[in-house]
Design a protein around this ligand. Sequence first.
Ligand SMILES: Cc1ncc(C[n+]2csc(CCOP(=O)(O)OP(=O)(O)O)c2C)c(N)n1
Ligand SMILES: [Mg+2]
Length: 288
Amino acid sequence: MITSNQTAENVPLTPLSQEELQAINAYWRAANYLSVGQIYLMDNPLLKEPLKPEHVKPRLLGHWGTTPGLNFIYVHLNRAIRERNLDVIYIAGPGHGGPAIVANVWLEGTYSEYYPNISEDEAGIKNLFRQFSFPGGIPSHVAPETPGSIHEGGELGYSLSHAFGAVFDNPDLVAACVVGDGEAETGPLATSWHSNKFLNPARDGAVLPILHLNGYKIANPALLARLPHDELEKLMNGYGYRHILLKVRILKPCIRLWLPHLMHALMKLQEFNGKQGGLAFRKERAGP
Ligand SMILES: Cc1ncc(C[n+]2csc(CCOP(=O)(O)OP(=O)(O)O)c2C)c(N)n1
Ligand SMILES: [Mg+2]
């Protein structure tokens, strides 16, 4: 669900302090490092010594393309969840961005709880990197063994269906669903925009689709990213969504802009469900 007509400035929000801004930025960069390390490295995980060919995996399998975006959204959602005490599930449609989700789950400490050999130290990071898309290791996409995952990301097309399915009869839940612009070209995904017709805001939770227009499906041009903005807007309106277009270029201004828009979209969802008699994600803040 996407919103329009309001600018980031008029969204009532606790402004980000300089420290929070830096912390979000640092978290995003750490997740990116851990992601790229999983794709490329099998040794020398912290690059303490000059990089040598034997540190690099002989066969690379993992997509970088969608990964910084997935990490960017993840860290912002975390801030929004903490700010509003929301119940949110993150569904990564471009599941081939598996390194991003694994990196974040590791940063949160959850990965090491499930897999103690992937510990929260240098040895753990080395194992984390080595196991990714490696014989005897983990797949290159979000998979059942990724803690918290309900969406198998190897086959593109089902993320929005899963997001809607997750919130049906689940009024406290928001499903934030990242849809890749290539993924959006699959039949199942193209059809699943219409799942909103089945959603009853009085009884169900809410879905926040986030269309990740990075312009490409692997190395080929993606269609939706080639549409002029007003055409895309009309398409989304036709499906029953309002939208915000956000351009992410330089990190710091983006953090400032992105977060208020994200919060605004969440608030609009809340307001909409509330007007229909729903109680969605109206929990009181549980304290610090
Ligand atoms: C049903 C299906 N068809 C094809 C593929 C192969 N494939 C993996 S990633 C990808 C591109 C997806 O594009 P997008 O969602 O935009 O991700 P990005 O390339 O931007 O990372 C394709 C075609 C797949 N995983 N599933
Ligand atoms: Mg893409």
